[in-house]
Design a protein around this ligand. Structure first.
Ligand code: IPM
Ligand code: MG
Length: 352
């Protein structure tokens, strides 16, 4: 029987639509091979719609999105829109309103891809960061006092609920078990300074650990973890952390796996829906030039297929991605691949 999946597609801004088109092309190729059917519905959210109609993400659209099997997002960010508006009102709103409480970001160095880490190779860089995606400083709590005066005060609050921390840590244990590699879960926090929030994370880690006797736990302060990600990335299996630290360490992770041209992530709530995205941004200066690398978007599509439980298709996409990286691309940066955006998509399709 053919399995049908309804996928909401938000191409977004800048180079988003170009990379999404290539990812969709590869999804169509695997669906033909594996007896699946993707039904894509496009949503024109982003900077252009905002500038033209003043519309951002409406409640109606949020309700509609809940009915999809998954959401596929290109990029949000427009040079003519003041920074913060689209991020807060589209990307973060999607994460918050759909309660996509996990941000899953694999950091994997594939053969053929260069890393800036001297003497490290694919056997050393293969871990996953599970970033809490619905709380922390991203919750937007705080305010100004005496704004614009010499006595101005700015307070930015970090929200950490027992429920939010626990569901994230539990997901990380489950993920670590399913991944079945080193079976080591590392908590990244800052217990020596953030004496309330990190304390909560630390206690919950140890409590939840009792339900997972086969998983080892480890703790690292975020600053030290950044150092170890460079010096000994091979020690990591699964890292769990809060929203802000997760944002920062996953950019570092993206760089050691070859850059933003390959980094992808999933925003997940197992009970609602999930949204997959390349994490690199809209790269406006490359818009329409057929130069941007679509591999990160194709990796996001691969994660989506895997999340939907289509193992055969996920495996097929992954091998095709690996083959292109190993045999064809000269680099991952825009304009340095030796191929155009569309040609890279075609190569992946040819290997499928
Ligand atoms: C990310 C991005 C976003 C974040 C920005 C665009 C709001 O950096 O997905 O990592 O901070 O989460
Ligand atoms: Mg980020």
């Amino acid at each position: 029987m053919t399995k049908k999946y309804d996928i909401a597609v938000i191409p977004g801004d800048g180079t988003g639509p170009e990379v999404v088109a290539e990812a969709v092309k590869t999804l169509e190729a695997v669906s033909d091979k594996c007896g699946m059917d993707f039904n894509f519905k496009e949503y024109g959210l982003g900077g252009d719609l905002y500038l033209k109609e003043g519309t951002l993400l409406t409640d109606e659209v949020i309700e509609e999105l809940k009915d999809f099997d998954a959401i596929f997002l290109g990029a949000i960010g427009h040079p003519d829109v003041k920074p913060g508006i689209l991020e807060r009102e589209v990307l973060l709103k999607l994460r918050f309103e759909l309660d996509l409480y996990i941000n899953l970001r694999p950091v994997v160095l594939y053969p053929g891809v260069g890393t800036p880490l001297k003497d490290k190779g694919p056997e050393d860089i293969d871990f996953v960061v599970i970033r809490e995606n619905s709380e922390g400083v991203y919750a937007g709590g705080g305010g100004f006092l005496k704004k614009g005066t010499p006595d101005e005060v700015a307070i930015q609050e970090s929200v950490n609920t027992r429920k939010g921390v626990e569901r994230c840590i539990r997901y990380a244990f489950e993920y670590c078990q399913r991944r079945n590699q080193k079976k080591l879960l590392t908590l990244c926090a800052k217990t020596n300074v953030l004496i309330y929030e990190s304390d909560l994370w630390y206690r919950v880690l140890h409590e939840v650990k009792k339900d997972y006797p086969d998983i080892d736990i480890n703790y690292q302060h975020v600053d030290a973890l950044c150092m170890w990600m460079i010096k000994n990335p091979e020690q990591f299996d699964v890292i769990v952390t809060n929203n802000m630290f997760g944002d920062i360490i996953t950019d570092l992770g993206a760089m050691i796996q070859g850059g933003m041209g390959i980094a992808a992530g999933g925003n997940i709530n197992p009970d609602v829906t999930a949204m997959f995205e390349p994490i690199g941004g809209s790269a406006p200066k490359y818009t329409g030039l057929n130069k941007i690398n679509p591999i990160a978007a194709i990796c996001a599509a691969q994660m989506m297929v895997d999340y939907l439980g289509e193992n055969e298709a996920a495996g097929m996409l992954l091998s095709a991605i690996k083959q292109v990286l190993k045999e064809d691309l000269k680099g991952l940066d825009a304009g340095k691949m030796g191929y155009g955006t569309k040609e890279v998509g075609d190569l992946v399709v040819s290997y499928i």
